[in-house]
Design a protein around this ligand. Structure first.
Ligand code: GLN
Length: 384
């Protein structure tokens, strides 16, 4: 027999994020590894989905999602970013932001294309592209400010570059791109005629009075930007798999056709629940979510500082990268496993977010936990 796996199989391993969740479950530890977000789901969202199920909204949706949700997404986008979005043709609902990104890569990129990515990066962006024969080219950002200049982008560009990914607020660094930085990206994308794929899944987790700016709102960016986000984080429904892409109708149709091919549609009644959440929850809901996580960030980063695992304090999202180089071990993985063994607290080795050595001295902790669980985690860490 000569049965064998595909050539792309070795490119896709179990993510380190999931690996650590498994290690954590083995010791019944506290999972600060996977960005699960175990906060309560807003009532509007839960009740909306329940009612939709009862009413019989249980069959396939249109390839680009239920009208109610596309309309609610367009409305939210207008309220929070000022973007004018036509729900009939410019919004594609997919299976999570991950599904939207995969569909966008299938629809708009070819094997051999190069895409610029900021490092530290979110591993799923890299592996999605690698599995399609697309080459990520890295622009490495240095802590504590994670800044970059135009020249850093220019150094990464080749004749094969087709796109750049902007993840703001970023996972894992918690960088919130400033308007000036996004203007650099916009000029760069314009000069080299690139698509800009965004990942704005943490758009409502922005701290210290900072502002989330959607890259598509910068002058000249609307046609070339594929705005990607989802409801997983802000409604704490990571298992519902509801994400979306917003873009020019020409790209949206293509992305929608690939999303249909891979996922057919996102879960119908859950789309209705999310639509109700978007329609009915006011600005105070989003402010509370942000404030709550800002407080948790401060408490958690203080604890890390106390025990000598110096954190890079994030500007947004809900992770902190901390310096774990003082822990025993030769690699970030060994250090993360040591920490899990000693404290029962799981984190993600920094090597999951970096190509080279830098990641080996870092680990990512997720602080989006209900307060009693976060307190328990902090108490355990303090005993280290
Ligand atoms: N985005 C989340 C994280 O970074 C969850 C990832 C996942 O499990 N696919 O942890």
């Amino acid at each position: 027999m000569s049965l064998k796996v595909s050539k792309r199989r070795p490119l896709v391993a179990q993510s380190e994020i999931r690996n650590m969740s498994i290690e954590c479950a083995k010791v019944k530890g506290i999972n600060l590894a996977q960005g699960v977000c175990d906060l309560p789901v807003p009532d509007e969202v839960l009740k909306g989905a329940e009612a939709a199920m009862e009413k019989g909204t249980n069959i396939y949706t249109r390839f680009d999602g239920r009208w109610e949700l596309r309309k609610a997404i367009a409305g939210k986008q207008k309220r929070y970013t000022g973007m004018d979005v036509n729900p009939e043709g410019q919004v594609v609902v997919s299976a999570g932001a991950t599904g939207a990104f995969y569909s966008a890569c299938l629809a708009l990129l070819d094997e051999g294309d190069e895409v610029i990515v900021f490092e530290p990066y979110y591993g799923y962006h890299i592996v999605t592209m690698a599995s399609l024969g697309i080459k990520p080219v890295y622009v490495t950002l240095e802590p504590p400010s994670w800044e970059f200049v135009a020249e850093d982008l220019e150094k990464a560009v080749t004749s094969k570059t087709r796109a750049i990914i902007v993840n703001t607020p970023s996972n894992p660094a918690g960088k919130v791109f400033t308007r000036e930085e996004l203007a650099l990206v916009a000029d760069f994308a314009d000069a080299h005629d690139l698509f800009v794929f965004t990942d704005e899944i943490y758009e409502h987790f922005v701290f210290d009075g900072r502002e989330h700016i959607s890259p598509a709102t910068l002058p000249g960016m609307s046609r070339r930007t594929i705005t990607i986000s989802g409801l997983s984080k802000v409604f704490a429904i990571t298992g519902w798999r509801l994400g979306y892409a917003i873009c020019d109708p020409e790209w949206a149709l293509a992305i929608g056709h690939f999303s249909d091919l891979v996922y057919v549609c996102a879960p119908a009644p859950l789309q209705i629940g999310a639509a109700r959440g978007l329609d009915e929850l006011g600005p105070e809901y989003y402010q509370d979510v942000s404030d709550d996580h800002e407080k948790k960030r401060d408490l958690f980063c203080n604890t890390l500082r106390e025990i000598g695992l110096t954190p890079h304090v994030p500007e947004g999202a809900y992770y902190t990268l901390a310096d774990v180089s003082s822990l025993p071990g030769n690699t970030a993985k060994e250090r993360a496993l040591h920490l899990l063994e000693k404290t029962g607290v799981a984190c993600v080795p920094g090597s999951a977010f970096y190509q080279g050595e830098v990641g080996e001295g870092l680990a990512r902790f997720c602080f989006a936990k209900e307060m009693p669980i976060l307190e328990d985690a902090m108490a355990r860490l303090r005993k280290l």
